[in-house]
Design a protein around this ligand. Structure first.
Ligand SMILES: Nc1ncnc2c1ncn2[C@@H]1O[C@H](COP(=O)(O)OP(=O)(O)O)[C@@H](O)[C@H]1O
Ligand SMILES: [Mg+2]
Length: 394
């Protein structure tokens, strides 16, 4: 029905005025919520397990003064020692259990043309897993939808402004990446956030194409920007949008490893075939600028339906050597956690059944341990010979 005299300009202006107040209220709420949540606390048994020693060893070191006095929390009538990941990493450093460190930085992207396959969820969980192991991680959110950014407590329009994302480093000055790195509540993780106008970066990069002298060749700008800061990190984890524009091409050109989450259903398999065709085309066009050493497929959101099993068999037949052995099953725990802007690693008390939670975290740990094994291959290969080719499965 047509309404005569409808004043869209006035209406939109009103909505935008009210929206500004809404954003302020939202910010207050989110900041309070983020502060409140912090990182989870663990007891001494769990802390010792993560560090890789006995709880008695921790007690002895704390008693002897070579470790700081831990925080305590009152449980019933007892004061129990509690630790969070940041404190656990500090303990690891003080006990010199972080000696086995890589000397190079591996860059890894989660990539797939399809949305909803788990790119963002796995980028989040891998970064937390690696930080939990004591590695220094830079997370770069390349998706204008900024889901990963919000999982780290930053919200576009509230505490992420238009120039805070990776865009300016690709279109104005690669040095700008330094000022767009934000700290997170994880001491080991920094973040280059995303926000909506990152959508225009493709277009802006093409406008600035004549700036190649200063900014580097078009597909390599992200790689050039990352080089400025790579020495501060062991691992750079990037989340990409479900699109193959200039930004995604830059991500591929910046990556040592491509992780492609894939759900074993017909449409996702079909789109993976298209994805490989496009990557193959890009790779031959830009062969001289790529540094990718490994491509792995990660099956996600699997269930026990008969058609899923058939599809898994077919995927194995087609891509066997590229498939990670471990898969991530469909689980409500992950859905709940990401719905709360948290990872499974940040949950202190699961909302559902404890058994479901433990199953989910076991599966996630197995996936991440396998990915980290491949990361180690690249770390070692880089140390031995910077140009050595590492094939998946070797
Ligand atoms: N293994 C899983 N089990 C249950 N839900 C999942 C799983 N992996 C991802 N999801 C959910 O699916 C949705 C899309 O996942 P996401 O990681 O954002 O995918 P993408 O980044 O590829 O679009 C999210 O709501 C997430 O919680
Ligand atoms: Mg995503």
């Amino acid at each position: 029905m047509l309404v005569s005299g409808f004043d869209l300009a006035q209406l939109a202006e009103n909505a935008s005025q009210r929206g500004r107040q809404l954003l302020k209220d939202l910010q207050t709420y989110l900041e309070r919520d983020y502060e409140r949540r912090g990182l989870p606390d663990f007891g001494i048994e769990k802390a010792a397990e993560i560090v890789g020693c006995t709880s008695q060893h921790l007690r002895d070191k704390e008693g002897g003064g070579s470790l700081p006095q831990p925080r305590t929390a009152r449980v019933g009538s007892l004061d129990r020692r509690v630790y969070n990941y940041n404190e656990i990493n500090q303990i690891r450093r003080l006990l010199k259990r972080d000696a086995n460190r890589p000397t190079s930085c591996v860059r890894l992207i989660f990539s797939n043309l399809k949305g909803g396959v788990g790119k963002t969820s796995h980028a989040l969980h891998l970064s937390h897993y690696a930080a939990r192991e004591g590695f220094r991680v830079l997370v770069v959110d390349l998706d204008p939808q900024a889901t990963l950014t919000t999982a780290f407590g930053l919200v576009p329009g509230l505490n992420v402004e238009a120039d805070d994302d990776i865009g300016p480093s690709l279109t104005a000055d690669p040095e700008l990446i330094r000022q767009n790195i934000k700290r997170t509540r994880w001491n080991e993780i920094d973040l280059v956030p995303a926000q909506l106008s990152l959508q225009y970066t493709d277009w802006q990069m093409l406008q600035a194409r004549d700036d190649s002298q200063r900014l580097g060749p078009l597909p390599q700008r992200l790689s050039h920007a990352l080089e400025r800061v790579a020495d501060r990190y062991d691992l750079i984890v990037m989340d990409t949008p479900p699109a193959l524009g200039m930004l995604s091409l830059n991500a591929i050109a910046a990556a040592d490893m491509i992780l492609m989450p894939i759900t074993p259903n017909f449409y996702d398999i079909a789109s993976s075939v298209q994805y490989f065709a496009i990557v193959s085309q890009l790779a031959s066009t830009y062969a001289n600028v790529l540094r990718v050493r490994q491509l792995s497929l990660l099956m996600t959101r699997t269930d026990s339906a008969p058609e899923t099993r058939t599809n898994i068999t077919l995927l194995n037949k087609a891509y066997g050597e590229f498939l990670l052995t471990n898969r991530m099953p469909q689980t409500r725990e992950l859905q709940r956690a990401t719905g709360d802007q948290m990872s499974l690693y940040e949950i202190e008390v699961p909302r559902g059944a404890r058994e479901t939670y433990l199953k989910a975290i076991d599966a996630m740990n197995a996936v991440n341990a396998e990915i980290m094994q491949h990361v180690w291959q690249v770390w070692r290969a880089t140390e031995m010979a910077p140009s050595v080719e590492v094939r998946h499965g070797q």
